[in-house]
Design a protein around this ligand. Sequence first.
Ligand code: NAD
Ligand code: TDX
Length: 327
Amino acid sequence: MKILVTGGAGFIGSHYVRTLLQDQYAGWEGAHVTVVDKLTYAGNRESLPANDPRLTFVQGDILDGDLLRQLLPGHDAVVHFAAESHVDRSLESAAEFVRTNVLGTQSLLEAVLASGVERVVHVSTDEVYGSIDEGSWTETWPLAPNSPYAASKAASDLVARSYWRTHGIDLSITRCSNNYGPYQHPEKLIPLFVTNLLAGLTVPLYGEGANVREWLHVDDHCRAIDLVLNKGQAGEVYNVGGGNERTNRAITERLLELTGRDWTSVRRVPDRKAHDLRYSLDETKIAEQLGYAPSVSFEQGLADTVDWYRKNTDWWQHSKAIAADRA
Ligand code: NAD
Ligand code: TDX
């Protein structure tokens, strides 16, 4: 078995690849993995095993159709993680988001079509639905993205859907809530706050800190992707939620406790533009149809994540330095 993973040097993609290479996904034991990753500021080769004989790492852009057509033949499936993923960066400059997330997805699917790969999972996000004050989104909710990041992901979902409908590619889409866990780039809320607090710095809380996100451990997200890959239906969308809704203030409070700091370490800064108030997914479909249930408790998962950052300063200092160099 052979699987090609785009964006496999990023946070979620690398977790998926490491877990697959540890033979933790039934049916994929012994599989060979090809990672295609451009190694933008967000990609880190050190998030993947250095010398695993079952891993082939290719530094490349998903917009490079020739490269993809060369690599894809012989693979049984593609899991597509590659994206520009940080909302704040998309507010400053959106072109790269449209390029990678929209055109990149189209380029990848064109190459999939040409090479006859049989199965694709397109990894998307809850942010495509916009913001919801009460209740939870089902998969049939209208798309109403608010940031250029979310808009580019929504567009990529529609491109993906069209390649299923038009060309019959066996493709499913996942829409997951906010992930946390090890190897997440220290630009996102939890790793930014943890690494700053561990380094004795302050942390920037946007606005009132009243915005609500639904948190899921990256391991649960990747297990859901594996389920969808194996059992998901073509042309279908699957929400993947965590059920752990927290305000940013509540997350900050817990991170202060876990790092032994207090509210004097928190800076109140102006709010993010068009800041989505609340995300909440209804995950009945994946639970009932594919048997998915998250397994990592938020309290334990968050404490373990803080421990991981405490013990892996080399990894995140490297990432912070790369981000600063290329920003
Ligand atoms: P990330 O930013 O950590 O990783 C993205 C990876 O894609 C990096 O390794 C980067 O080098 C690579 N990449 C970027 N542009 C590329 C290109 N043109 N060609 C090839 N590789 C390229 O992102 P992440 O948090 O791991 O997210 C992975 C996917 O999951 C994204 O599609 C994102 O939209 C989605 N998602 C993320 C979350 C979350 O909370 N992080 C939640 C739901 C969905
Ligand atoms: O410094 C900060 N201060 C702050 O208050 C940062 C970076 C964030 N925040 C707030 C903004 C959000 O309400 O914390 C919340 C989480 O922010 P991010 O970590 O940037 O995540 P979010 O914008 O919710 O998007 C994430 O979840 C969905 C991922 O980055 C996306 O890739 C994914 O699709």
